[in-house]
Design a protein around this ligand. Structure first.
Ligand SMILES: Nc1ncnc2c1ncn2[C@@H]1O[C@H](COP(=O)(O)OP(=O)(O)OP(=O)(O)O)[C@@H](O)[C@H]1O
Length: 808
């Protein structure tokens, strides 16, 4: 049977409290108006804490009424002082739209005169002017704050002068590169409020699933105190969480249904694959009148699931074919809004979605969530599953596993999924490179002072200022004493914020055009384009197959035509890391978290951090039968390579170690496994998002020379500085990675997801060898030890640069 485990998640009773007497009559009648007669205990707790001026983070379950935790104190404060203002930050435009509806209802119920509106990239010029002059509750996102509000802060002076609250919703979305940039943007905001406008807003965060909400939000907004509200008083319904493992040898009831129904040989669903099984489940749910979201890891999977499910419904319940659709990034905003409201209104009863729908957009009651593959974190899985069973009705979640190591690991050890703590959210708000980028913007907004601004930008400030001075971005009055100097922006760009991509999203995009309708179907970021569109590619849009007929690279357009195809395509590619050189100097600074080693110990490493060039080469594609996933054709591709500059941290493996390893094992496989293991232990030492980093993975089908090094690189063009932060810990990382491998008792050479297998490996964990990795890491650590034995203590000097030839 495919069902390998059922976890029964017990319902939880609501803990209600009376509406606090301290609230105004307006607030009480507003609550009554929106149908709330009692508060959940966490709501009362957080509302009272916010009203007393405390910074608050509400970390409770999905759909636990968190919006009220910030809306109520904000509206109470804004209706009592008719000048007071609030700023709401949502991580996506869609969420802002969604929340505005609920907010306008409660504002009306409050009977207060509070103008509220959304100020984002979609807001018209006319509305922007009106909002600047009239809004007291401005809803925006970090991008807009960074690009528009802060650089033109004088236009928002009324709001900033009277800013009483800053609300940060879905705070768990701010992690990795995006989190790091947002942290700096919030520091810029708080600095301006204090230095220019004399305001000091309180913060209210809402966050769903993270192990360290308080620490994460304090870091995000640089707060010294923050009240954590985590005792959830909202009710939750019973949930059955099913782990479903498609097994090639077992015919399921669903397969039987399918085989009875099939009369053609070209069907793609005879063999159970996770994609076809999830599609059958999806079709079943819809046919039983259950409202369902199927979460898929990628845009392509989302389209495939929709297309398979529609085929099944065509046979079994044709009237339901149009009651499901796909929802993912890349669709134009208008289409997404239409899908959201059709789903909410009941016109649609199922959606195949990527994590674009993971954040709390209210799409009404959902009975079932299906999860095709592990979404990358336990937190994410819970967040997705939390979408069903709202409003006290029982619900079902089914996690359908892929063949991959991580999915299979959870199928074997379900308790690792249900009993493990949820991961931490990592941001590195002291990232020197990101700090430098935002300091340029901050200096344009208001001159920077080393004395007054260190509390916002940390102890890396003075070094960052000197770096920016030498690069011609900042200058100060030479007659002033150094501590009294004010650093002003003197760079050439009028709007330096425009050059900073806070989500590290490419600005260059490819248009996908339907040739028959002459209509743009989608815009794809340049870095992702060649994975999806090339001549001969099967491109999926809203469950329909399109064949890409032509790719015009100079105009960045892919022309395609609807086609009835029983296969999909997949590129053959590899990624090379070329270390360019140019040492990036690591500057020692106070760490915000305890370090396991002393400063001098940490500096004793020959690891290097350099600028690198990351290049992806596409050399062909496979045509693969849907359902059976069998490759039936391989085609050559001639596409330009895609490159970007980034940063890498790496250590050379001595030739002697290589020679020793090669006597027993494949050296390449050892390097590959060692780089995975190294990546896995990074969070023990550094706050960062693992998806910011990637290990160097050898291409299993390429016998070319592979550099003798263990390397991690920053996946964002330009780099977020995470490689630089890793360098001083390299020896410690190697030691921890070695411990990880030697303590993992999994059998076999290829390890498990707990040691050397990595979910996001570009080469699908091919060519990895645990014992070879252990030998390599031991060899490198021994070589490091003997190298430094005879050297003086490096703690005298701030950096240790060890000369090594860069031969790759
Ligand atoms: N005290 C209450 N009593 C009854 N219903 C409530 C109460 N508070 C909120 N609700 C209802 O619970 C639902 C979910 O509320 P809300 O959207 O604020 O949750 P949330 O925690 O912000 O959700 P998400 O995690 O998706 O962001 C809404 O329909 C809201 O009206």
């Amino acid at each position: 049977m495919q069902i390998v485990h059922v976890e029964d998640i017990n319902p939880r009773k609501a803990v209600h409290v009376e509406i606090p007497n301290e609230l105004s009559d307006n607030a009480k009648s507003a609550l009554k108006c929106i149908g709330i007669s009692k508060l959940y205990s966490h709501q009362a707790e957080s509302i009272m804490a916010s009203l007393s001026g405390k910074n608050v983070v509400v970390a409770t379950m999905t759909s636990s009424g968190k919006s009220l935790c910030y809306n109520l104190p904000v509206l109470e404060a804004l209706s009592q002082n008719l000048l007071s203002c609030a700023l709401y930050l949502f991580p996506t435009k869609a969420l802002a739209q969604d929340q505005l509806k609920a907010l306008l209802t409660i504002i009306e119920a409050f009977g207060a005169s509070i103008n509220a509106g959304i100020y984002d990239g979609d807001t018209s010029q006319k509305d922007r002017i009106w909002l600047r002059d009239n809004a007291r509750l401005l809803i925006t996102n970090p991008d807009m704050l960074h690009m528009s509000i802060l650089p033109s802060h004088r236009q928002f002076s009324r709001i900033l002068l009277n800013l009483r609250y800053v609300v940060v919703d879905e705070a768990h979305a701010y992690k990795g590169a995006f989190g790091c940039h947002t942290a700096l943007i919030l520091r810029r905001l708080r600095r301006l409020c204090s230095h220019v406008y004399g305001s000091d807003p309180s913060f209210v965060f809402s966050t769903a699933t993270s192990a360290n909400p308080q620490e994460h939000c304090m870091e995000l907004a640089n707060l010294s105190t923050l009240e954590l509200i985590k005792n959830d008083g909202s009710p939750s319904s019973r949930k059955h969480f099913v782990l479903w493992n498609p097994t090639p040898n077992t015919r399921t009831v669903l397969n039987k249904i399918q085989s009875n129904m099939d009369d053609t040989s070209n069907t793609s669903h005879k063999n159970p694959s996770p994609i076809s099984e999830v599609s059958y489940l999806f079709a079943e749910m819809v046919q039983h009148g259950l409202r369902c979201i199927t979460f898929c890891k990628s845009r392509k999977l989302c389209e495939l699931v929709l297309s398979y499910t529609r085929e099944i419904l065509e046979e079994t319940a044709p009237h339901l074919v149009n009651s499901i659709c796909a929802y993912r990034a890349g669709y134009v905003a208008q289409d997404r809004r239409r899908i959201e409201s059709d789903f909410f209104g009941g016109k649609l009863c199922g959606i195949a979605a990527t994590n674009a729908l993971e954040l709390g957009i209210d799409v009404g009651h959902i009975d079932v969530t299906l999860h095709l593959g592990f979404p990358g974190s336990i937190a994410s899985l819970w967040q997705q599953a939390g979408r069903s069973g709202r409003r006290e009705k029982p619900s079902l979640a089914v996690y359908v596993a892929f063949e991959g190591p991580l999915d299979q690991y959870f199928m074997k050890f379900p308790q690792k999924l249900f009993n493990s703590p949820i991961e931490c959210c990592h941001i590195d708000a002291e990232n020197q490179q990101v700090l430098e980028q935002h300091l340029v913007c901050a200096a344009l907004e208001h001159p920077v002072s080393l004395v007054y601004d260190e509390k916002y930008f940390g102890c890396g400030l003075s070094i960052a200022v000197l770096t920016l001075k030498s690069r011609g971005y900042l200058s100060s009055d030479p007659s002033r004493e150094s501590s009294a100097k004010l650093w002003r922006y003197i760079g050439h760009e009028k709007m330096p914020s425009r050059a900073i991509s806070i989500r590290a999203i490419d600005t260059v995009k490819y248009k996908v055009i339907d040739m028959q309708k002459d209509e743009v179907l989608e815009e794809i970021e340049e870095s992702k384009a060649f994975f999806q569109v090339y001549e001969g590619a099967v491109y999926l849009h809203q469950g329909h197959n399109y064949l890409v007929k032509e790719l015009n690279i100079s105009d960045k357009i892919a022309f395609c035509q609807k086609a009835d195809l029983k296969y999909y395509t997949k590129t053959r590619d590899y990624t090379d890391i070329h270390v360019v050189g140019g040492n990036i100097v690591y500057i020692w600074k106070q760490l915000a978290y305890p370090s396991k080693g002393s400063k001098s110990q940490l500096l004793r490493t020959t690891a290097q951090v350099h600028v690198c060039k990351v290049t992806t080469t596409w050399f062909g594609f496979h045509r693969i039968w849907r359902g059976s996933s069998k490759i039936f054709d391989t085609v050559e591709l001639h596409l330009p390579k895609y490159s970007y500059e980034s940063q890498a941290v790496w250590i050379q493996v001595p030739q002697s170690v290589k020679a020793l390893v090669e006597k027993q094992f494949s050296f390449r496989s050892g390097l590959h496994a060692a780089s995975h293991a190294l990546l896995h232990v990074v969070p023990i030492f550094l706050r960062c998002n693992l998806s910011d980093l990637a290990p160097e993975c050898p291409n299993p089908h390429d016998a070319r020379y592979f550099p003798e090094r263990i390397l991690l690189y920053d996946q964002h063009p330009g780099g977020t500085g995470v490689s630089k932060q890793i360098k001083p810990y390299f020896t410690e990382l190697l030691t921890a990675a070695l411990e990880l491998l030697t303590s993992c008792l999994c059998p076999g050479d290829t390890g498990c997801p707990n040691c050397i297998q990595n979910l996001s490996c570009h080469e699908y964990n091919e060519l990895i060898h645990k014992d070879a990795a252990i030998m390599i890491m031991k060899g490198v650590l021994d070589a490091e030890k003997s190298y430094f034995q005879n050297l003086p203590d490096p703690s005298e000097s701030p950096t240790v640069e060890v000369n090594q030839n860069i031969d790759n």
